[in-house]
Design a protein around this ligand. Sequence first.
Ligand code: ADE
Ligand code: ZN
Length: 349
Amino acid sequence: MFKVPPISAQRLPDLLRAMPKAELHIHIEGSLEPELIFALGQRNNLKLPYATVQELRSAYAFSNLQSFLDIYYAGASVLLHEQDFYDMARAYLGRAALDNVLHTEIFFDPQTHTARGVAMETVINGLHRACEDARQELGISATLILCFLRHLSEESAFETLEQALPLIDKVVGVGLDSSEVGHPPEKFARVFARCKELGLHLVAHAGEEGPPAYIWSALDVLKVERIDHGVQAVHDAALMRRLAQDRIALTVCPLSNQKLRVFPDLADHNLGKLLDAGLAATVNSDDPAYFGGYINENFTQVFAATGMSVRQAYQLAFNSFEASFASHPEKRVWEHKLKETFERFFEQD
Ligand code: ADE
Ligand code: ZN
């Protein structure tokens, strides 16, 4: 393991911004900024229930996950054409590259769109073309993860998978998101088993608001490779040991947890505890347009609030590459760039 050099604490925010990183938990519909919602609404001749961008932004005050999801699904209703999906994803990728994201695995919620009559190919082709262009223009690596909405039925998830099959080469894996409590992972056991047979990678949101039991069933029933959020794992010592032993990564989203009142005070966030227990935690933005910041803002704010260390910064960025679904050679290149950044900061100290 790389011996992380001592770097002065006052340079930590700059280091957090400059260090190469991967983002593994970003809902592309959650990157739709109010300005883009208005621009797309106008382009598609849609009437929005808000008069101005400011009025829309001022509605972003959430009391829990469901209060956010209601506004998030309404915002996504401006997406109709392939170019809309392209513009949304290309804007996110440009923003992520500024935060020194070298690789990102992007969630999308097709059922939000197909339920409104938008074709699956419109969604996937628009997002995929943005990923290809961003790779050419920015050098950023980006792949797509199709998420099933857990408040909908197993039947709807199977129908969604069926619709995506002709385009499945453009998708690296599947996930599970939306309203957690009352919708345990096992509801989707059969559809995840089918996805595994198809050779897709598997992830699921679990232990965001829901109990540790949902993390256990995501692991043992769905057979996921990563847990999205997972912060409720600290309430179950046996689960913590399992996650550490099996190096199951948690894609933690500090500002999301603050805004949805999982940890109303960021100073109480358990990210440091998860790392101290040997878990492969990572930092991510979840829905950056709604929660007040992209990935670097998540890093700088949670470090400022909790007093985490330079060594923990390195560990989080390293974990993000290691936990990604990229190839081993790609991971080695990114991890080498990460080391170089820490050495450069040390030499300049
Ligand atoms: N969809 C978008 N953001 C989400 C979150 N934080 N939890 C569950 N589903 C989501
Ligand atoms: Zn999420």
